[in-house]
Design a protein around this ligand. Sequence first.
Ligand SMILES: [Zn+2]
Length: 72
Amino acid sequence: MILFYLASGLILIGLLVYLYLHISLSMRCPKCRKINNERIPRSSIARLFSRFLPLKAYRCRTCWNQYVVISD
Ligand SMILES: [Zn+2]
């Protein structure tokens, strides 16, 4: 049973780290904090969420991290 909690905790932390690195509230890259990006087509998941949230997908030219920006 301990293993179950451990595994679900790890998955939760991994998910939070993933969201932290791939969702930004400004144009700044969430990974390297630089503003050096280009618009890319949204993934299917981002398209789904963009019905409820104003999402734009970007790719950082410095560290090649892909992330979505929540802004209107
Ligand atoms: Zn970056």
